[in-house]
Design a protein around this ligand. Structure first.
Ligand SMILES: *Cc1c(COP(=O)(O)O)cnc(C)c1O
Length: 369
């Protein structure tokens, strides 16, 4: 008799469904015999600009050192982040993507018998990281697809150790303002760690969203996580970070892998952080692309959830599986979000102007057929 190694896994792990990433271009090309060069991928909220030239240069300068382990303490990047944001480098935790940060929080603070609170339609990694360590994930019903912060407060109990907030949220693009955040933080028990995931904040700066870092001094139970994957254009390298109290950072650093961020990622991130021009272009391109998509969707008579991210969730008012398949046949990859309980929506990342146009054309064709 062979053992059932699924049954032997932790109960939370048995119930997990793996994270479903956007379909890779090469996979679609193989499946449908299409030319990869003609495929448009607007499925993973990637930066359509291509990497920063400064980041590429920094990577090249590191290549000769590939036999060496990276700096396990990430000294240069932490110093650069601390200087940029006016914090101490002891407050910074580096992650292999900000996914890693979310995982570190779960591993350090959650266990069977404890729970984490997050919103319905929130980023899929919150329930995955929570369940993987055997803790209970409490998905609080959303309000208008966004976080219902009052209901989230009400869901907190004596066994809650972590609340995950995404602002703006993925896949909905919804957001909350400074007053809502402040009211929430003021009421959360001091012993509950609030993880404020700001993966898209650079797209929304100065745009009615709070800057989580402004609240750190007053709320020592707050951790702000950010990433180089989106506006900084380095998704492939996997580098993100958290800024928190030095004590929380110390705890996270105890559970992280010694060399969780590789040397190319460290070098590229430091360079990208100082490439203000690239960031400004990312933001401009996103603003223009969002306007282009909204105009095109309006012309098609479609509605969508207003978004502050680099993506938009389009409401088709009916199941989108067939529409998605038809778009794939047109060589356009977007993201179905049925796994998030949103079967009537497709999430579309903002691309280059010509990519957005290709998507709108393909969609128009698909809807007419
Ligand atoms: C993309 C994303 C992340 C960041 O992922 P990385 O691991 O940094 O690439 C984190 N949170 C949300 C909500 C995201 O959409």
């Amino acid at each position: 008799m062979t053992c059932d190694f699924l049954a032997l896994a932790l109960p939370g792990v048995q119930k997990l469904s793996p994270y479903v990433p956007g379909k890779p271009v090469d996979e679609l090309a193989r499946e449908l015999g299409l030319d990869p060069a003609g495929i448009v991928k607007l499925a993973s909220n990637e930066n359509p600009l291509g990497p920063s030239a400064k980041a590429l240069e920094a990577i090249r300068a590191e290549l000769d050192e590939l036999t060496r382990y990276p700096d396990g303490n990430g000294f240069s990047l932490k110093t650069a982040l601390a200087a940029r944001y006016g914090v101490e480098s002891t407050q910074v935790t580096l992650g292999n993507g900000s996914n890693d940060i979310l995982d570190l929080v779960a591993r350090a603070y959650l266990a069977p018998g404890l729970n984490a609170v997050f919103s319905q339609y929130a980023f899929a990694v919150y329930p995955i990281s929570t369940q993987a360590v055997g803790a209970e994930g409490r998905a609080v019903p959303a309000r208008d697809y966004g976080h219902d912060l009052d209901a989230m407060l009400a869901a907190i109990d004596a066994n809650t150790r972590v609340v995950f907030l995404a602002n703006p949220n993925n896949p909905t693009g919804t957001w909350f303002g400074p007053a809502a955040l402040e009211a929430f933080l003021a009421k959360v028990p001091e012993s509950v760690l609030v993880v404020l995931d700001e993966a898209y904040i650079e797209y929304a700066e100065g745009d009615e969203l709070p800057d989580g870092l402004d609240y750190l001094a007053r709320y020592p139970n707050l951790l702000v996580s950010r990433t180089f994957s989106k506006a900084y254009g380095l998704a492939a390298l996997r580098v993100g970070y958290a800024i928190s109290s030095a004590q929380i950072a110390d705890v996270l650093n105890r559970v992280r892998q010694p060399f969780n961020v590789n040397s190319l990622a460290l070098a590229a991130a430091s360079a990208a952080l100082n490439d203000a021009d690239y960031l400004a272009r990312s933001r401009q391109l996103n603003d223009a692309g969002m306007a282009q998509l909204e105009t095109g969707l309006r012309e098609l008579g479609l509605s969508w959830i207003a978004s502050k991210g680099n993506f938009i969730a389009v409401d088709f008012g009916r199941d989108t599986a067939a529409i998605n398949q038809a778009l794939l046949r047109e060589g356009v990859i977007v993201r179905p979000v049925a796994g998030y309980g949103m079967p009537n929506f497709l999430r579309v990342s903002i691309g280059l102007a010509e990519e957005n146009a290709r998507f709108l054309e393909a969609l128009s064709k698909v809807l007419r057929s």
